[in-house]
Design a protein around this ligand. Structure first.
Ligand SMILES: Cc1cc2nc3c(=O)[nH]c(=O)nc-3n(C[C@H](O)[C@H](O)[C@H](O)COP(=O)(O)OP(=O)(O)OC[C@H]3O[C@@H](n4cnc5c(N)ncnc54)[C@H](O)[C@@H]3O)c2cc1C
Length: 743
């Protein structure tokens, strides 16, 4: 028996905006026992608005100007879901997410920013690049930058920015600075009679001087009425040509805010009280651009979002602990530090204004100090050392058995399966008996396998997908087509409602994969424990009509070896645990793990594979040795190893999965590496994989055709990595590795 910390409440933060990253950091420093926090945001990196112009101008790198949300959440012990919220149902307390199942909450906070208003001008949405989302702007800007640099000819490329506020002016100046010396012409089109309407005259003059000195033509009182493919149509009927168009006009709110039925201001922004709670719903909070404090409306600017962060953190904590909430009074005026492209900046506050290089350095220092809070994450208190949710404070910690008493209540599993049965009628049997009949064609051989994983990503839907894919890989490596599966899940101790939410996400993720493989989830078993474990028993029948299966052994000397997916998941997720991984590398690893081996197995059969295995915990070398069966050798060309981005760098930094050393101990003696072999690349042979690729041996004459077919089927990383040999004579190691050129 053990004392359990039970999770009993879900706080969901929607959007990785300025207020949320600050609130998240503060909540993590003093955790609330029993509270599960989830952050939902589409990208693993969120931009810091103050550094956005500096990023475009080339003063900052992408990493300096962005906060890695995956890393922040890993540090904070918060679930990170990379997804976009598309609807909110405050009555059902559910959030709809694009392309994946809805998410339940007890308390929700929204900090999703705003986007330029595009819909009132016909053609703007079709032809302009909005300045937000920043991910889209950044991609378009990089493409434009490369295009301008590579461009030949004498005619200047016309870049146009529509807008007249601080963001558009900074954007135009930053672009112009970065493209200095290139053949470009820039225009700023502003509907108002002056740019920077809310700034003092001195600041405005300084900014106008900077615009003129960079040859940026400023057009005021010039409202854009329509946009055509390469031309702006102005309200007075005039037309102005452009080659590239950026849109940075007044902020608009995501339409799902108003569609939720929650009170909004006249522009569709969430109306909040000074506690940052929605007007008529205490469970909904809003901060940053998306929220309007009805008693103290302010312009949409990042400084207000930053100031709201600590109040939001305080009020979320206070509300959950049933303590008094704080009222937030936003400042009337704020210091605006506007960068002028070339490490000059203009300061504006009330009647005060100053311009110069020192102002830029001042701004740079403020921005760097803000970002340092997320780069250097401090030690925080353990999850059980902070405040306790009220009901947990009253009730002594539950004693939970390790045996059948740890089972998740039958209701949670059966209601999760029943709900999913409606969503996946062909592939989810719903709540059923303890034992099930396995559907299989008459007389067919049934192949059975089981595989389990510990939690490696915090997003339960993705975790369910990975676990299902990982289990199905065993069948594919045998050349079997999956027909049915049974789940075995251990869920962290939680209240019945949270258990059910977690199970639904996990099983919906698994069903996403099972449905794609036309495999039925027949039922399962769930229990509670200190950490999440999920696995599946999977049953399959031969893919080929003649009943032929693929075998692990059976390769012959002279066969070539093809690897279908890149290596590196072990080291990358070990790095994630240590907060050393980049969210973009983790995303690449995730999509590799989610790529099914099903079609690769069909192609292996069609190309007369002599042996096949999937790469999992023993790493490439361990699984290759199983394939060689002690009677054969192999030559590997390490320059050909497909590797995930960032993996070699993590190994070079000494970060390895816990199984890595065991793999080296058991398989290292069977490897002989040539003198030119790079040590980090060699270590990739021992890196344990989750849902790794297939290693396929096949006659030499067929390997290139298999690789071509794999590439066409979407296995972009598939490569011939070596060949099977006779066992080298004497005491030489069976596997010889060389590296002809660096990878
Ligand atoms: C070029 C430029 C320069 C600027 N410079 C400054 C400046 O120097 N100072 C200043 O005060 N302001 C500046 N601003 C304004 C500033 O960008 C915004 O006011 C600020 O970013 C608002 O912060 P926020 O927290 O509301 O949201 P954001 O910072 O916009 O963050 C929103 C987050 O939510 C995520 N998200 C969006 N939609 C969804 C969804 N549906 N579901 C889940 N997640 C979602 C986004 O991906 C993002 O991570 C500038 C703006 C521009 C365009």
């Amino acid at each position: 028996m053990q004392a359990a910390t039970e999770l009993s409440r879900d706080l969901v933060l929607v959007g990785g905006g300025h207020s949320h990253v600050l609130a998240l950091r503060m909540l993590a420093m003093r955790p609330i026992e029993g509270l599960r926090i989830t952050l939902v945001s589409p990208d693993c990196h969120t931009p810091y608005s103050g550094m956005l112009p500096g990023l475009i101008a080339g003063h900052y790198s992408f990493e300096q100007a962005h906060i890695d949300l995956a890393r922040l959440c890993q540090w904070a012990g918060v679930r990170f879901i990379a997804a976009e919220v598309t609807a909110l149902d405050p009555l059902a307390r559910r959030l709809s997410l694009a392309g994946r199942p809805a998410l339940g909450y007890d308390v929700v906070s929204i900090d999703i920013g705003s986007q330029p208003e595009l819909d009132s001008v016909p053609g703007a949405r079709a032809y302009a690049t909005p300045v937000k989302p920043v991910a889209g702007l950044w991609q378009r800007w990089q493409e434009l930058h490369s295009r301008v640099i590579a461009r030949e000819g004498t005619q200047a490329l016309r870049i146009v920015v529509v807008g007249g506020g601080a963001g558009s002016v900074e954007l135009a100046l930053a672009m112009s600075h970065r493209l200095r010396g290139q053949r470009v012409a820039m225009d700023l089109w502003c509907a108002a009679p002056v740019i920077l309407q809310t700034y003092n005259a001195r600041a405005r003059r300084a900014v106008l001087a900077a615009l003129h000195s960079q040859d940026i033509r400023v057009h005021v009182s010039a409202r854009v009425a329509a946009v055509e493919a390469a031309c702006l149509v102005l309200a007075d009927g005039a037309r102005a040509a452009y080659d590239e168009l950026f849109w940075c006009t007044g902020a608009a709110a995501a339409p799902w805010i108003a569609a939720s039925g929650l009170a909004t201001d006249q522009d569709g922004f969430l109306a909040v009280r000074d506690t940052l709670q929605a007007l008529h719903d205490d469970r909904v909070y809003g901060a940053g651009d998306i929220a309007t404090q009805v008693k103290h409306p302010r312009p949409k600017a990042g400084v207000y979002a930053v100031r709201q962060g600590p109040v939001l953190a305080h009020n979320l904590r206070a509300a959950l602990l049933e303590k008094p909430l704080r009222q937030h009074r936003p400042q009337q005026r704020f210091l605006s530090l506007l960068s002028l492209g070339d490490k000059q900046a203009t300061a504006d506050r009330g009647p005060f204004s100053a311009t110069g290089n020192w102002v830029w350095r001042w701004k740079d220092q403020i921005d760097q100090t803000f970002m340092a809070r997320f780069a250097d994450l401090p030690e925080h208190m353990s999850r059980t050392a902070g405040d306790k949710l009220p009901e947990l404070a009253r009730v002594a910690p539950q004693a939970v058995c390790g045996g059948c008493g740890a089972k998740v209540g039958a209701d949670a599993l059966s209601s999760a399966l029943s709900a999913l049965g409606k969503q996946f009628p062909q592939h989810c049997a719903g709540a059923g008996d303890d034992a099930v009949a396995v559907p299989a064609p008459l007389g067919a051989t049934v192949v059975q396998s089981v595989d389990m994983l510990r939690q490696m990503v915090s997003d339960p839907w993705q975790m369910g997908r990975i676990a299902a894919n990982h289990a199905l890989s065993d069948l594919y490596a045998c050349g079997a087509r999956p027909v049915s599966a049974l789940a075995a899940v251990t869920l962290p101790y939680a209240s019945a409602q949270l258990l059910q939410r977690e199970l639904e996400q996990l099983l919906a993720g698994a069903l996403h994969e099972f449905a794609a493989a036309d495999c039925q989830l027949s039922g399962g078993h769930s229990m509670q424990g200190p950490e999440l474990n999920i696995g599946f028993v999977v049953n399959g029948v031969p893919m080929s009509r003649d009943g032929k299966l693929l075998r692990k052994t059976g390769a012959a000397s002279g066969d070539q070896l093809v690897l279908t997916k890149p290596l590196g998941t072990g080291t990358l997720f070990a790095a994630h645990m240590q907060l050393a991984a980049d969210g973009r590398d983790l995303r690449a690893a995730l999509s590799s793990m989610l790529q099914s081996n099903g079609i690769a197995a069909e192609l292996a059969l069609a190309h007369a594979a002599t042996a096949c295995t999937d790469i999992t915990g023993f790493g490439l070398l361990g699984h290759l040795l199983e394939m060689l069966g002690g009677t054969l050798g192999a030559r590997l060309e390490l320059a050909q190893l497909p590797l995930l981005p960032g993996a070699v760098e993590q190994i070079q930094a000494g970060i390895m999965s816990t199984m890595h050393a065991a793999n080296v101990r058991s398989a290292g003696q069977f490897l002989q590496a040539g003198p030119a072999v790079d040590e980090a690349t060699k270590q990739m042979l021992f890196d344990p994989q989750t849902s790794g690729g297939l290693l396929i041996a096949l006659p030499a004459g067929r390997a290139l055709a298999l690789c071509d077919a794999l590439h066409q089927a979407g296995y972009a990383a598939a490569r011939i990595i070596g060949e099977v040999t006779a066992l080298p004579p004497g005491r030489a190691a069976p596997v010889q590795a060389s590296q002809v050129s660096g990878n």
